[in-house]
Design a protein around this ligand. Structure first.
Ligand code: 26Y
Length: 822
């Protein structure tokens, strides 16, 4: 039976308007006359959600009936960004809804502003997970994203007196129209206690885990629409709650407040996202979070197996589980425990299922980001899992001995347990042993993984290693965030590129078409004007849209070298001070990004940028040729305004440190040129767009290692490059700090005496390259040609290509198309 479209499904203007007013009345309880912008936003969100439900439920039912092989993407972070606009794009109703709102006297863009984005991630890794969910749905791949429903996501960033100030992110304050609680599918998660061995009725050795704490996990589901397909997958996030039985004991003992306190304590597990990226802290609560969501998710998979009548022995045929970094890696031990202790399976069989199920993505080479848990902490929280890990290790060390006899060093290097001092569980090693595939996130990164961090594992298991270069979704980061560019491209080559991003190559034939190029340039100018207006509103600063927009937006980290960018700004400023009439290309330097609250150097870098801005922006000698602005509270929502407005994308990490980068791809797609090192995916971007359309500078990863091995001394550069010396001296002198020579001393001393990230070694090359950027920008025809070729040649960096790589090389899933019939 085919249904007639009704008020919950109809996609024409009149139906949308009626449905919207109906939701305003019945859900928000408001007449239009007294409704707030938030009421309107909510009414529209429910109207859109209604239109997803038929797709969502039919998708779930179809997967269930077919018992379809399913990707489970386990991630401690999902940095989804606002849902409304993205769903309008994916449903193909953006223009209709805009029109419907206009007819009701409302502005769709203002409603978008009202959406509180779920900031359930720090940066690259969390945003990658979100792009992958979009592509999985768009490629009609059965999949579930599993994670944590943090009550507080990444903090909001304020800037006071130039310093970062953290403010709690109460994202659920006004309710979340995109999620549906599914309390009927809650599960229980055990913690602590001890284990007991016993012999079962068949005479088998078994283990019972007697926990001292049980926490309930409640799933909250969010629909994930695909682009112009009927598929609508699920993001399932777990919230921690106290169990009733748990309260009960204390309550019976008459300890009411004690019971309530323990309840609160259980609920802290999903309270807050840890705001560190690429830096472990070894906090107990963090391990609790990891185990909590992993155990909930695996139990959920067993429930699905049961409902679909699939035998436990076929777990790995039904599910393929991707571990987004080591954060969910405790899943290797937990799946062993469930198979053996809960389902009575013997070791070898369970192990073969486990290794057929898991695949591990590594996102970093930084040693400080590799997770290790002290054995004592681990054993008291997860006593059974520690036993299982010891047993995995026993088998594993035997395998090493067979393959590499008499190599004691290798055994201790590779062991799952670090015994060099205090004993630790090495999560990356557990992930490598427990997975059948291990991937890096860009070609260079995978190569370096095999050479350095996971060298021993690459020798042991060469067949496990694969590269999957990251990608980003062109739906959110071009179609939604850059409607002008989208219209222009579509007018020339049709709209297929949004699904098949390689089609953008067809734009190449317009590089010599002056009409097209001038439209391309006009669009960039209009977008820059928009951002200028927005900045004027927020900061009361005038930014000239004719100036070169030079943007670095990403987490603040020493390896990303925002301070190298700052050294360039001071260099230009010094040139102006020395010669006020110097002919330089006017530039606007924009920064965005958060620093981990405990990362002192990163916070000092923010202060430095703001201090330079204060001086440069008001110095009359500068005559507005330089503008510097640190944009506070960078988020996905804000990023969507930033990428389309950029002329120059700063991707200046020390070579070998940035695993991939994904912002670099978003900038390039939107027609920004990159200034960058040969690091992460920059290497592949350069390869695609051509060296003549990319501003390359700096040492290579290999040169960086060699320099360090040879005993790098930053002062050699300070004393031989007068321009560098002038920059450093000016900062040291207190010029940017009201005469305070102490303020930036930690930063300056670090550069002068350590300079781990080789800013001084790359300084000259960077400055010369920036000079070429400035000159090139003056030739607007050439610049436009270069930017057009960037957009045309970034098809490879669609997350659709990345996901297809995962499917072909790791997951081996089949698409399932969804019917909209009832
Ligand atoms: C251990 C814990 C504190 C931790 C938490 C978050 C460790 C790392 C992270 C996040 C890492 C991250 O975002 N890595 C980035 O992943 C991107 C997606 O693959 C890469 O593009 C980017 O280069 C990498 O830094």
């Amino acid at each position: 039976t085919v249904r007639v479209e009704d008020d919950r499904t109809g996609l024409d203007i009149e139906t949308l308007k009626r449905a919207f007013l109906d939701n305003l009345f019945y859900i928000q309880g408001k007449f239009p006359e007294i409704a707030t912008q938030n009421d309107y936003y909510m009414a529209l969100a429910y109207t859109v959600r209604d239109r997803l439900f038929r797709r969502w439920l039919n998708t779930a039912e179809t997967y269930s009936k077919q018992g379809a092989r399913t990707v489970c993407y386990l991630s401690a972070e999902f940095l989804m960004g606002p849902h409304l606009g993205n769903n309008l794009i994916n449903l193909g109703i953006f223009d209709t809804v805009k029109q419907a709102m206009t007819e009701l006297g409302l502005d769709l863009d203002e409603l978008f502003e009202k959406e509180e984005e779920p900031g359930l991630g720090n940066g690259g890794l969390g945003r990658l997970a979100a792009c992958y969910l979009d592509s999985l749905a768009s490629l009609e791949t059965p999949s579930i994203g599993y994670g944590i429903r943090y009550e507080f996501g990444i903090f909001d960033q304020d800037i006071k007196d130039g310093w970062q100030v953290e403010v709690t992110d109460k994202w659920l304050r006004f309710g979340n129209p995109w999620e549906v609680a599914r309390p009927e599918w809650e599960v229980e998660v055990k913690f602590g206690g001890h284990t007991q061995a016993f012999t079962d009725e068949h005479g088998n050795y078994r283990v019972l885990w007697v926990p001292d704490k049980v926490v309930r996990g409640v799933p909250y589901d969010t629909p994930i629409s695909g682009y112009k397909v009927n598929s609508c997958n699920t993001l399932r996030l777990w919230a921690a709650e106290a169990t009733d039985s748990f309260d009960f004991d204390a309550f019976n003992a008459g300890d009411y407040s004690g019971a309530v306190f323990k309840k609160m304590e259980s609920e802290t597990i999903s309270k807050v996202l840890y705001p560190n990226d690429n830096m472990t802290q070894g906090k107990i609560l963090r391990l609790e979070q990891q185990f909590f969501f992993v155990s909930c998710s695996l139990q959920d998979m067993f429930r699905i197996l049961k409902r679909q009548n699939i035998a436990i022995e076929r777990f790995h045929e039904k599910f393929t589980i991707q571990l987004n970094d080591t954060h969910p890696t405790i899943a290797v031990a937990e799946l062993m425990r469930l198979l053996m202790d809960e389902y009575g399976m013997e070791w070898d069989k369970a192990w073969s299922i486990v290794t057929s199920t898991f695949a591990y993505t590594n996102h970093t080479l930084l040693p400080e980001a590799l997770e290790r848990w002290p054995i004592s902490l681990f054993g008291s929280m997860l006593p059974r899992h520690l036993e299982i890990i010891y047993e995995i290790n026993r088998h594993f060390l035997d395998d090493i001995r067979i393959k590499f006899p008499d190599d004691l060093d290798r055994l201790s290097r590779m062991s799952l347990i670090d015994e060099s001092g205090e004993r630790y569980v090495r999560m990356a090693h557990l992930a490598c042993v427990g997975s059948h595939a291990i991937n890096g996130v860009a070609a260079l990164h995978t190569k370096l993984l095999k050479q350095d961090v996971l060298h021993d594992f690459a020798e042991m298991y060469p067949e496990k290693f694969v590269n999957v270069t990251n990608g980003v979704t062109p739906r959110r980061f071009v179609a939604l965030s850059n409607p002008r560019l989208t219209r222009l491209i579509t007018s020339k080559i049709g709209g297929n590129w949004i699904k098949h991003l390689d089609d953008l190559r067809q734009l190449e034939k317009y590089v010599d078409d002056t009409g097209f190029c001038s439209e391309f340039r006009t669009i960039k100018h209009e977008i820059k004007q928009d951002l200028s207006n927005y900045i004027k509103g927020l900061y009361d600063i005038n930014v000239d849209p004719n100036s070169l927009f030079d943007i670095q937006s990403k987490r603040i980290h020493e390896y990303k070298r925002q301070h190298l960018n700052a050294l360039h700004i001071v260099t230009l400023y010094n040139r102006i001070k020395a010669n006020p009439d110097i002919d330089i290309t006017p530039r606007t330097f924009l920064f965005g990004g958060k620093a981990a609250p405990g990362y002192y150097m990163a916070k000092l870098i923010i202060k430095l940028i703001n201090s330079i801005a204060d001086v440069v922006n008001r110095d009359p000698d500068v005559r507005d040729r330089l503008k510097v602005l640190f944009m506070k509270d960078y988020s996905v929502k804000f990023a969507q305004r930033v990428y389309p407005a950029a002329d120059l994308s700063e991707q200046i990490s020390t070579a070998g440190k940035e695993a991939s980068g994904t912002g670099n791809m978003k900038f390039a797609m939107n027609g920004a040129l990159t200034i960058g090192t040969l690091d992460g995916a920059n290497v592949e971007i350069l390869e695609e767009v051509g060296a003549e359309n990319f501003f390359l500078f700096g040492l290579t990863a290999e040169e960086v290692s060699q320099k360090k091995a040879a005993g790098y001394n930053p002062q050699d550069f300070y004393s031989t490059d007068p321009e560098l010396k002038l920059v450093i001296d000016r900062i040291s002198s207190g010029f940017f700090s009201h005469g305070d020579t102490e303020l930036f001393k930690p930063l300056i001393d670090d550069l002068m005496y350590h300079d781990q990230y080789l800013l001084f070694a790359d300084y000259r090359s960077y400055i010369d390259c920036q000079d070429r950027v400035g000159l090139t920008y003056r030739d607007q025809d050439l610049w436009t040609r270069m930017t057009l070729l960037n957009t045309a040649r970034t098809g490879k960096f669609s997350s659709d290509r990345s996901i297809q790589d995962y499917i072909d090389n790791i997951w081996h899933t089949k698409p399932v198309s969804i019917d909209l019939k009832e």
